[in-house]
Structures are given as structure tokens and as C-alpha cells.
Design a binder for this molecule. Sequence first.
Ligand SMILES: Nc1ncnc2c1ncn2[C@@H]1O[C@H](COP(=O)(O)OP(=O)(O)OP(=O)(O)O)[C@@H](O)[C@H]1O
Ligand SMILES: [Mg+2]
Length: 450
Amino acid sequence: MKQSPVEQKLSRLVPDLNQRLRQDVARPKRGRVRRVVGVVVHATVDEVRLGEICNLVDPKTGRSVRAEVVGLENEQAILLPLADLTGLSSLTEVVPTGAALQVGVGPGLLGRVIDAFGKPLDGGPEEMPGVERNYSVHADPPSPFARALVSDPMQLGIRALDGLLTCARGQRVGVLGEPGVGKSLLLSDIVRGTDADVAVVALVGERGREVREFVERQRAAGGMARTVVIAATSDRPAIERLNAAYVATTIAEYFRDQGKHVLLALDNVTRFARAQREIGLASGEPPTRRGFPSSLFAALPRLLERSGPGEKGTITGLYSVLIEGDGTLDPVAEELQALLDGHVFLSSELAQRNHFPAIDVLRSRSRLMDTVVPAQHRADAGRIRELLARYAEVELLLRVGEYEKGHDAVADEAVARIDRINDFLRQETASHETISAAQKRMREILDEKA
Ligand SMILES: Nc1ncnc2c1ncn2[C@@H]1O[C@H](COP(=O)(O)OP(=O)(O)OP(=O)(O)O)[C@@H](O)[C@H]1O
Ligand SMILES: [Mg+2]
């Protein structure tokens, strides 16, 4: 086709216009940092998505810091850097990567302690052979119809739980208690005592000492070989503490997809919630219940729904929660109880009496127990619960010497058997037992002549 004189002139002036246009389309749309307030970066970028990772690049020094998009406001993106920002200049460019945070997964993770980016924290080799592919840390839960039905019990190795609050493979349970009642120690004992194929443990916002203690305890028991620990201690940035929980869930999903029965322990959800609150408030979200932003109440079900049964394998989730008093006013505890299929309350009163693990059996529930235990087990557990409840009713009378035998057969039996029941419920830390041993002991307690 013949070009007009004007067109001929134009094409001489900008011969490579088309080529330049094409390059522009192919090149990632860079943005600019506009404002940095505290740890929050506001930037103008053409096209980014929530959860996307961007690189903040200083064009002079070439220094680059990864940051996650956590909000969008007035044509600006709100980003949280994943590392220290010191030294970045006002010229800093924002380069979207088009992808959310990813973590390398594979059998090479077993026995390792990593941070929220999948980097080793245990002083072991940087390269992890057998870490074969990347999973995005923000995944959707399996569709309800793609999940197998729960049908088998999961041994936790703790008599009080396996006997009276049996957990199913793929069940999700909250472990609630005041500070220092033994939540972390209980989770640690469960990780050793469970018959799960793989244990994935997220230590979120713990003290550095506790991470070390956890790993040493597992090593001493030989349980580390099938365990992966993901740790983000309390001094790490909020986004890292948050991501530790997502990364752990992602790693558990990988092993579940391999057909394994995985135990996922998250210690603890309260610190996850606080990290979400820090981020919400810093990015301008208004606080709602107890200062927690509404994004938390959207994030919790998204996180918790990812555990549970898959098509082949299962993720049994244990989520510890720090509560004050009886926890009735705690929005995180309340939300968790609504979302999970069971809860285990640890009682400070029992802990004070040196009754460990300090499990308050009567306040705790396992909603799936009845579907996974045989009839005899169900009946025995029901009877022991009944005796415990009746004993609690007459305990005060006993203490003041006003209890009279012979008026109530169940109360008499409860008083006669209480010491054996308490022996059953108490367990030395670092010891574990099978479900069938717990069943046998319950039968013996009830068979013995009262
Ligand atoms: N099974 C147990 N046997 C003996 N002592 C225990 C047991 N569980 C907990 N304790 C005692 O309770 C203390 C606190 O336990 P742990 O650190 O597990 O509590 P926590 O609920 O995780 O506390 P925090 O809320 O501070 O994280 C332990 O140092 C130990 O002295
Ligand atoms: Mg703890």
C-alpha cells in the first residue's frame, strides 16, 4: 500500500515506533515509590494484584528489596517490604513480578528448620536437595467435593486426647489456654507421639529460645526426621510472621498432595492475628472487634480451611490460641471455635495443681470423635466423662467432709475411681502411648471393682 507523504515523513522520523511500542508492552510496568511511612510503602504502579510480590529497586545502586502488595488505595499500591528498607532512595522503582510469594517444596525439607521464605535457619546447607518445585503460598482450599470423608482416628500419643477427645485424620482442633499452661509443650509432645507420616510445625511470634528448645526436644526423641519447622520469631517483621503460617500450610499441602497424613501444628494463632492487626492498622484499615481489623476475620477461615482431608492425604491441624481468663471475650478464640471441628481447653487451675497435660476434659470437645472410634471406646469415654462431671459436682462436699456415701450410685463410683482416672489423664512429658493402649486402660479403669 502506498504511503502518503506525511506518513512517509513520519516513518522516517520514528522508524522504530512499532518496535518501541512492542518493547513497552513486553517490559514490566515499573512504578515509583511515593511515600514511606514507618514500614509501609505507598507506590504508583500501573497494574498489581493483592498478594503480588514486587521488587523495590534502587536504580543507582541496584539494591533490590522484595515487598508484598497488601492494599490498594487511591490509585496507589500499599506494600510491605520483606526485608530492611534502609538505604533505598527516593528514586526507588517498583517492579511487579506477576507472582505471589512462593516456597520451594519437596522431601528435602524433612528434618529442616526454615524461615518464612524457605531459607534454612538451622545452619544446615543453603541448598536443599530434594526441594523440587515451587508452590504459591496463597492457595485456595480444596473444593468440599474433592475432599475424602474423615473416617480414621489420628493418634496424638496423649492418653487424655486419644482416649476422651479422639481426633480424626483431617480434623482441625484449637488448643486454647492462658500464658504458661503448657500449650507449646503439649504440641511438642504431640509432634513426637503422633502416628502422622509428616509433621509440619509453624512457630509464629515465639521467643528465639523456644524455637531452639522445640527442635532440640524433637531431635532428642528422634522425631525430627519426619518434621519440618517454619519459624518467624517475635522480632521478625509482621508480614514474615504472617507468612510463616501460610508457608507452613503450603508445605503441609505439598505432603498431603503426595498422599501423606500430615500433622500441621501452628503455635500460635493469636500471634498470627496480632501480625495481621499490625499490618491492617499500618495500611489504614479501621480496627473492629478488640482492635482487630476485619481483614483478620477474612484471613482466618482462608487459612484454616486449607487444612483438612484432601483427595488422597489429610492435614490434621492443631492451632494453639492464647486466651485471657476463660477466653469468652476473646474474638480470636471465639472465631476459632466457630471455624474448627474441636477445641481443647488447658486449665491454669490444673496446671497449678501440677496436673499435666492440663487438659480440661469437660470443657473440651472433639466433634468428629464419634465417627472414628469403635462403639466400646465411645461408651467407655462417655462413662469416664460422666464420672468426671459428677465428681466435679461433689468435689466441694468431699473437701469439707460433708459427702455422704450411698445416696447417688454414680457419685459414689466417681469418688471411688477418680484417682485412677486422674492417673490416666496425667502423663509425663516426652512419653507417648498408642490409641489402643489408651482404650485398654479406660476399660481397665471401668472394669475394676469400685
Ligand atoms: N506436660 C507437662 N509436664 C510438666 N510441666 C509442664 C508440662 N506442660 C507445661 N509444663 C510447665 O509449664 C511451663 C510452660 O509451658 P509452655 O511453654 O508449654 O506454655 P505455653 O502455654 O506455651 O506458654 P506461652 O503462652 O507463654 O507460650 C513449662 O515450662 C513447664 O514448667
Ligand atoms: Mg507457648
